[in-house]
Design a binder for this molecule. Structure first.
Ligand code: FAD
Length: 452
């Protein structure tokens, strides 16, 4: 590998770093991407479960039609077709007593379909639905304020009855913001609703990977090489070096030194702090880096002796479990797995603080019980295997205070740019937030290189 200076060094090969590399390589810039792990994908990755031999993710991920930055990367990598796309947004809701409801938006395209779907929810009163639709109109007209409000304050301010908060808004908030309605910034909820639910025609479409998450990025290393870039796995950056007020390069934990004209860091805040030069770690412009807090996601994978119901996925109401996915239905699998474990389900608990200290056995027992009481026809199913994954720092905690302090991509050091789902994209910490941050950073780098 040449070390005669790269046009850009990108640190961290999660979705943000991969997107930045794709954007820059497409613009014919010479990039070097450094990743400390032996694999790419960061917080969006899959692996083989040792008990069952099944490929599972570090947590079930769901994408939406409005994920334009990420989808354009997957298109470039020719893996977009590995996503299963709903033709229109359809969501089953199931409460702890097994009572079911359906958000079916297929009658009309885009936001009209979503409004129609809300109006047709069966288990929510007309009064509540009327207030929800009134809020949707406000969002279209821009006649609302989110300043300093949590999602809960915002919903109350705009007259949403508790019934529709619990049965409709809360599942959306937990799934998209990974924070409770009492914690989450209202501005982010509004962004999600405007972009995804009441946005462009296919924006609300749900997309679920039909493969392990890592397979979405399998073609990336070769793609990067073909586009003149380099990827170094198992390479931890130890320090970013600064000389005469500009970044000059980086040093790895093995003592290698790489020069670069520009640097994009695509790391979580804590890891970024560790590698910043000392004088930047304590600089007031980076002080918010010390303030980010994190929220966990607990994911539970269960294997049963019989197939689960016909549903692809559902929101669960009034239970600790929030979302349930029928992986046997969604994900193509070997026949031998189907025979051995006919039922395979994953459950998600976002903002899962109450489970984080519980033992995996306790988590499994609770989820198994909740699943069986919500789906009585499944009550006799026997659990054969399980896996609990606790991601303690799954995403940053998006409170109204934090929203005002998120750090932008462009820094006061002219050739240092920050990417990552926590940077100030005005989006929640999602795959799309990460991809957009990478795209912004690549755009700034291209601009700077052009000027030189
Ligand atoms: C369980 C779970 C479920 C989720 N569900 C969804 C979902 O359904 N939909 C959705 O849109 N989003 C979801 N997310 C969020 C999404 O996964 C993240 O927002 C996104 O993956 C973050 O990408 P990133 O590139 O910003 O950061 P990361 O993925 O954290 O990437 C940072 C990379 O930097 C590397 N690194 C760290 N330090 C160094 C160093 N010193 N030198 C070199 N490399 C280094 C790390 O190894 C890592 O690969 C979920 C997240 C989790 C954890």
């Amino acid at each position: 590998m040449q070390n005669d200076g790269y046009e850009c060094i990108i640190i961290g090969a999660g979705v943000a770093g991969i997107t930045a590399a794709v954007e820059l390589a497409k613009a014919k810039k010479r990039v070097l991407l450094l990743e400390s792990k032996s694999y790419i994908g960061g917080r969006a990755r899959s692996f083989t479960d040792t008990t069952t031999g099944e490929t599972i993710d570090n947590g079930q991920h769901v994408l939406m039609g409005c994920y334009t930055s990420l989808l354009s990367v997957l298109k470039e990598l020719r893996t977009e077709q590995l996503l299963i796309k709903q033709s229109t947004l359809t969501v089953n809701f199931i409460d702890s007593k097994g009572q079911r409801d359906l958000l079916d938006t297929s009658k009309f395209p885009g936001k009209t379909g979503v409004a129609f779907g809300i109006a047709n929810l069966r288990n929510i009163s007309w009064k509540s639905k009327f207030h929800a639709l009134k809020l949707a109109i406000r969002l279209q007209l821009g006649t609302f304020s989110t300043k300093n409000l949590t999602a809960q304050d915002f919903l109350k301010k705009y007259n949403q009855p508790q019934e529709i908060i619990e049965r409709f808004w809360n599942p959306i908030i937990l799934a998209t913001l990974n924070s409770t309605p009492h914690q989450a910034a209202a501005s982010l909820l509004v962004e999600v609703l405007r972009l995804a639910f009441f946005g462009e025609r296919d924006a609300s479409q749900i997309l679920i990977p039909s493969v392990g998450l890592s397979a979405l990025f399998d073609t990336f290393p070769q793609w990067l090489e073909q586009h003149g870039g380099s990827l170094l796995l198992g390479t931890t950056v130890d320090k970013i070096e600064i000389k005469n007020g500009a970044i000059s390069g980086i040093t790895t934990s093995r003592g290698e030194h790489f020069k670069a004209k520009t640097i994009i860091t695509a790391l979580p805040p804590k890891q970024l702090l560790k590698i910043l030069p000392i004088e930047l770690q304590s600089h007031e412009k980076f002080s918010a880096l010390h303030k980010y807090q994190f929220s966990p996601i607990v994911s539970v994978y269960l294997w049963y002796d019989r197939a689960w119901c016909d549903i692809d996925f559902a929101a669960m109401l009034g239970t600790t479990t929030q979302w349930v996915f029928n992986r046997r239905k969604i994900i193509p699998h070997d026949n031998s797995l189907q025979v051995k474990y006919p039922g395979h389900i994953s459950l998600t608990v976002s903002a899962g603080n109450e489970l984080i200290e519980s033992s995996p056995e306790q988590v499994v027992m609770l989820c198994n019980e909740e699943l069986k009481s919500a789906f009585p026809e499944f009550a006799n199913a026997e659990l054969q295997a399980w896996k609990v994954i606790k991601e303690k720092s799954a995403t940053f905690l998006s409170t109204p205070t934090m929203e005002m302090q998120r750090i932008p991509t462009k820094t006061f050091i002219s050739n240092l740019f920050l990417a990552g789902d926590w940077t100030d994209t005005k989006l929640p910490a999602t795959l799309e937030g990460a991809a957009q941050s990478g795209k912004y950073a690549a755009h700034f780098v291209s601009d700077l290189l052009q000027k030189r």
